[in-house]
Design a protein around this ligand. Sequence first.
Ligand code: AMP
Length: 445
Amino acid sequence: MFNKEIETLELTELRELQSRRLVNLVNTVYEKVPFYKKAFDEKGIKVSDIKSINDIHKLPFTKKTDLRDNYPFGFLTVPESELARIHCSSGTTGKPTVVAYTENDLELFSEVVARSLAAAGAKPGMKLHNAYGYGLFTGGIGVHYGGEKLGLSVIPVSGGMTERQINLLRDFKSEVICCTPSYAQTIGAELKKRGISLSELNLKYAVLGAEPWTEGIRQQVEESLGVVATNIFGLSEVIGPGVSQEAYDEKGTGSYIWEDHFFPEVVDRYTGEPLPYGEEGVLVFTTLTKEAMPFVRYWTNDICSIDYDQQGSRTHIKMSAIKGRADDMLIIRGVNLFHTQVEELIHDFVELVPNYQLVVTKQGIMDKVEVKVELSQNYGKSQNVNGVLTSEMVNENEKLSFLSKRLGKKIKDNIGISMNVTLMAHNQIPKSEGGKLSRIVDLRE
Ligand code: AMP
């Protein structure tokens, strides 16, 4: 552990720390940020009403639109001259969201990334191949400084130019790679294409984040890169990557949220009411220690649940994998749909790989979803997959049509929506070129 004392702090002490920090925070933002003064006054909240972390639900939410309305520096609590760095969120529509950091904020950013990388398995002395994009996006530079803080030697490759990535992985023998899960898939596919065996690399850990992913992708990446793959989560408004991290020896049980700095809540997406641990809703964060641009109850729009893990090595709360963003949720004939739900079902078919796209169209008044999914590279080499093909099914087309029907039925049975399944040959679905990959093509008006 990078910071054992804090990562294993008793819960009562953690609560006291959070309470002290929250009281400080509300005093600062009320005094320094006109948006919060107005929002507190309108809700009739006095700063003195906030005595402990248990009072947090009295406070108003902060939403992305509030950041846009106060573009670029309306949320600053310090003079612009005291800023040490400015990043923007990678949002694709409208004005970017600006996030700013003081020196202390950058120190905090590096600390939580260092904790995260250590939890992911990285150890001082290892090399970190950092294929997150460098630039305005917080991913590249955030991971970079956290890696250095942990004592890694960081290779700032950034995203893209996959061939060069592979040469560097092979020549430098990096033990750790950081990138989006979809880009890890791309690198894995390229290795295979070039016939490079894993023994030519030295990768041990992949730290993947910036977009939703599921166990199917984990398995594919672990096999194709020869790594233990864990989840890193974060968002610019809260700090960047390193808000939470899955421990490499506790895979699949959620990601530790570094809650001494980022206090999480999960709330009902329609009413904003706090939900009990374990229930799925919108993730909300209060940044307890950030100086330049702290946020009170920032509405992330990410859907997940949070809960404590009594068996866990650390005391901090864990969040489940993000199912999707509330604003990315498709509503198909009245049914809510996240692409990760389809991804989970694809995982059950050995003939398929989780390279897929959901294409949504409208025919008349009906929404139609087509699932385009790639056949595994080995498809056809192992006949009689799952033991369900009969000897009469000698015709390849029949086999494929049977396979697509099986996936279609599984989707209908589990999600309740009929979708057309189109099986694609290997490498026919657009791949990540280094950044976040959109799995949904919505062609409706
Ligand atoms: P940005 O602020 O541009 O870095 O984008 C942050 C958003 O990326 C989050 O609010 C999530 O929607 C998404 N994101 C980041 N990390 C993950 C992750 N590990 N799993 C799922 N979504 C993620």
